[in-house]
Design a binder for this molecule. Structure first.
Ligand code: ADP
Ligand code: MG
Length: 301
């Protein structure tokens, strides 16, 4: 399988402030890849360079084997940025027709590709409405439809769900996911919601201009989630003696004992050894949300 995007040692500064500091990653063809990071991490800067809307200071970007600045690369990409590019006074369909005409499609091709873009984004229902009269979720669908009119192989979206209510976020996410699975589009999107990244095939995490982690959601969970057990001992000294005897690392805080676990099942032998010595206990699986905060350095200490 071909690689859709290759980014190598990418750097970009704004007036001496280095926003992207030597970033490298690849996006697999056909994948749904989430580019995850807190605000200001460098996500928009990176994808603007991939789309050739911004010039890097150094480093290389190729899209399906072509340099990002080439015509081939630009034609391969459909992009949805946060600021809408549609004309509020035109209907959604008219907006798409104007867009398609820019690519020199014949009349038949144009009609066909506009209808297809409307259909795959579930925009048919409001295709005849002026863009400015649409709801937030409908606008986002229309924005995606616009990005698809010229038949790109790669869809890039910058925080497509931000600013939408949770239910609408979900439906937009499902539409994008369907475009990936059913239309075979490679999707790269940015998000600052960890929960969205867990639905992607691949996750690339960026913080302060640097890639800090990458992998499938399962790999990230394995690598970064920490499970733990906390317990309130009936007799602290007795519990400490047992834990030390078992070679279990722990710390105590205000009479509560905390034990880090590599997996929750490791709690079982410890609990049996402490039979009758514990007033209460809790075993918890670490969440990817906690791991994300830890990885990006946003966690509270
Ligand atoms: P993200 O999309 O992850 O929120 P950005 O790529 O937009 O991050 O921004 C990365 C950093 O670069 C931020 O600190 C931001 O303030 C800064 N930045 C972005 N665009 C500009 C610009 N045009 N001029 C100056 N600084 C910028
Ligand atoms: Mg951004």
């Amino acid at each position: 399988m071909m690689t859709a995007i290759v980014v190598e040692e990418l750097r970009k500064s704004y007036d001496g402030f280095e926003a992207v500091k030597g970033v490298s990653f690849t996006v697999r063809e056909g994948s749904f890849t989430a580019f995850l990071g807190p605000n200001g991490a460098g996500k928009s800067t990176t994808i603007s360079i991939i789309c050739s809307l911004l010039q890097q200071d150094s480093g290389r970007v190729s899209v399906f084997g072509n340099d990002a600045s080439s015509l081939e690369s630009r034609r391969a990409i459909g992009v949805v940025f946060q600021d809408p590019l549609l004309d509020g006074m035109l209907t959604v369909r008219e907006n798409l027709e104007v867009r398609g005409a820019m690519y020199g499609l014949s009349k038949d091709e144009l009609r066909h590709s506009v209808e297809k873009a409307l259909e795959v984004t579930d925009s048919m229902e409001f295709a005849g409405q002026r863009y400015r009269t649409l709801s937030g979720g409908q606008r986002r669908r229309a924005d995606i439809a616009r990005a698809l009119v010229h038949g790109p192989r790669l869809l890039i979206l910058d925080e497509p769900t931000s600013g939408l209510d949770p239910r609408t976020r979900r439906t937009i996410w499902d539409t994008i996911s369907r475009l990936n699975r059913e239309q075979g589009l490679t999707v790269l999107l940015t998000t600052h919601y960890m929960e969205e990244a867990t639905d992607a095939d691949d996750v690339i995490i960026i913080a302060k201009g640097e890639i800090v982690a990458r992998g499938t959601p399962a790999q990230l969970r394995d690598e970064y989630c920490t499970d733990s057990m906390t317990l309130v001992p009936a007799n602290l000294q007795a519990v400490e003696r047992i834990l030390e005897g078992m070679g279990v690392a722990y710390d105590t805080d205000k009479g509560v004992v905390r034990i880090g676990l590599s997996r929750t099942a490791d709690a079982v032998p410890i609990i049996s050894a402490l039979q009758g010595m514990v007033e209460s206990l809790e075993v918890r699986s670490g969440t990817l949300d906690e791991a994300f905060l830890e990885i990006t350095g946003e966690g509270s200490e």
